[in-house]
Design a binder for this molecule. Structure first.
Ligand SMILES: [Zn+2]
Length: 494
């Protein structure tokens, strides 16, 4: 990774970075925000278009109700106050992929304001990052500069994306390190995914992030001059870009230069940012209320209706799962990585004898194997149901953990779920009662203290004896027979 210079820690610590993030998420409606065109990604260029989204004279926009509901749901999930009456505004600028010459957005009266999300702070506490606003707007088209013949001389325009609904989520400048920005984005994406209003697919552009970054001397109140970093396509790259930019700005200030307010692009291969253009000021857009749309009114009744669709959000869910299943915070973190996985885990955990054991197997046996194969947990050959099934076998001491490990390996080799592998490969059970009896006798003889406790009323020790017998038989004795024989022998001379 390239860095500007070797900035000494002493110099770096003189300054405080100030970071604010603007995130656009594409809302998962079937049709565009002001017309009935499909929003399908990957359709042939310029096929999902009509007079409205092409900006032809006389065409009038009609607001998509679903887009409003999704944006309100996201606002609620981000603890925003939804404004009863918000106003659409025209943001005027010329760009080849913006056929109307303006973008319909919201300006001084956005849909929602004053929200926050919490990110983990180093001391185990949570830090609250403010959300200034969430507003609804339409996307622009796409300019294609390469990947076709003659691309050195021409640019192609695909207008399928014009008019696709976006929620723009603007944070307060509350973040003071690239890591905090990374955490904010991770939490934000997780919350939006839980609400189901966007797929947040960064490769397809359903989640895009611009970062505003400035530095100031520690203790100074006034903000420094900021640079905006645009079009970075992964959270990790945003963190790296911010890291680079902080050093670049500090170095410039230390050298007596002035920071220019500008837009910069990040080159991930080189690990550095480049100046793209000096930043237009907000007033350059000549915002004015959109005359073709009525004010958007989301009254209390509609808001309440939408709020009813709010799912349990990740942070709350983690706390509940820790309390309900006796799992660790780290377990809960892994198991809530998606809403689907959390649902599957909870379903499996409820059915399993020991939810904690299910969580342990996910952490101890599943994650390592997934990592080795480069798979996400959603792609695991062993389902949550399969993990629960194996946990019960372990709990009942039907199989040893050694056998479980072997069966997990086989499941991953064959891409099969655990129950299928178990049915085929399950260890031959020893059902020879004489052989089992011999082991039972040995185990009882070897544990006189436990025997005495059992006989003086501590019958829960049966589990201990079962475990010892199963261990001695290398997990191959029939658990039913072991249970039966043990009971008979332990109880016989009571
Ligand atoms: Zn259209």
């Amino acid at each position: 990774m390239a860095t500007v210079t070797q900035l000494s820690p002493a110099v770096r610590e003189k300054y405080e970075p100030v970071i604010g993030l603007e995130v656009h998420v594409q809302l998962l409606t079937a049709t565009k925000v002001f017309c009935g065109c499909s929003t399908q990604f990957g359709a042939p260029p310029n096929t999902n278009v009509c007079p409205v989204c092409l900006g032809l004279p006389g065409a009038l926009p009609v607001l998509n109700r679903k887009a409003v509901e999704f944006a309100v749901l996201a606002s609620e999930a981000l603890n925003c106050q939804v404004r009863e009456t918000s106003i659409f505004a025209r943001k005027n600028y010329f760009y080849p992929d913006l056929p109307k010459g303006y973008q319909i957005s919201q300006f001084d009266r956005p849909l929602a304001e004053h929200g926050w999300i919490e990110i983990p702070a180093p001391n185990g506490a949570a830090k609250r990052i403010g959300i200034t606003r969430l507003h609804l707007e339409e996307d622009a088209g796409k300019s294609i500069h390469d990947g076709f013949p003659d691309s050195a001389r021409n640019t192609l325009i695909d207008l399928n994306r014009t008019g696709v609904p976006l929620a723009e989520i603007v944070s307060e400048p509350d973040m003071h390190s690239p890591q905090e920005a990374f955490e904010y984005l991770t939490r934000l994406k997780e919350i939006i995914l839980y609400t189901g209003v966007s797929d947040c697919n960064m490769e397809e552009g359903s989640l895009r992030c611009d970062a505003n970054i400035s530095v100031r001397l520690q203790g100074q109140e006034k903000f420094g001059t900021k640079a905006e970093i645009k079009n970075v396509n992964s959270f990790r790259f945003i963190r790296d870009a911010l890291e680079y930019e902080i050093e670049r700005q500090i170095e410039a200030i230390e050298a007596g230069e002035r920071i220019q307010q500008e837009t910069r692009l990040y080159n991930s291969a080189e690990g550095r940012t480049y100046s793209m253009r000096s930043k237009e000021q907000a007033h350059d857009y000549r915002y004015f209320p959109e005359p073709d749309l009525l004010p958007l009114v989301v009254d209390a009744k509609w808001q309440a209706e939408i709020r009813r669709n709010l799912p349990e959000l990740p942070e709350a869910r983690r706390s509940r799962m820790v309390a309900e299943y006796g799992i660790t915070a780290q377990d809960a973190q892994v198991l809530t990585v998606s809403r689907m996985l959390a649902d599957q885990f909870e379903e499996a955990a409820k059915a399993a004898k020991s939810p904690k054991r299910v969580a342990n197997l996910v952490q101890g046996e599943l994650m390592g194997r997934l990592k080795a194969k480069g798979l996400e947990i959603e792609q695991s050959p062993i389902s949550m149901k399969g993990v629960a099934f194996s946990a019960d076998l372990l709990e009942a001491k039907t199989i040893s953990s050694k056998i479980l490990k072997d069966l997990y390996d086989k499941a991953f080799e064959n891409g099969e779920d655990f129950p299928a592998v178990y049915e085929r490969e399950k260890p031959q059970q020893v059902t020879d009662s004489a052989a089992i009896e011999r082991i039972v006798d040995e185990v009882i003889a070897a544990n006189p203290k436990q025997l005495e406790q059992y006989r003086s009323g501590k019958t829960t020790l049966l589990g201990f004896f079962v475990g010892q017998v199963m261990k001695a038989s290398k997990g191959q004795a029939s658990p039913e027979m072991v249970n039966e024989l043990l009971k008979k022998k332990l109880d016989s001379s009571k």
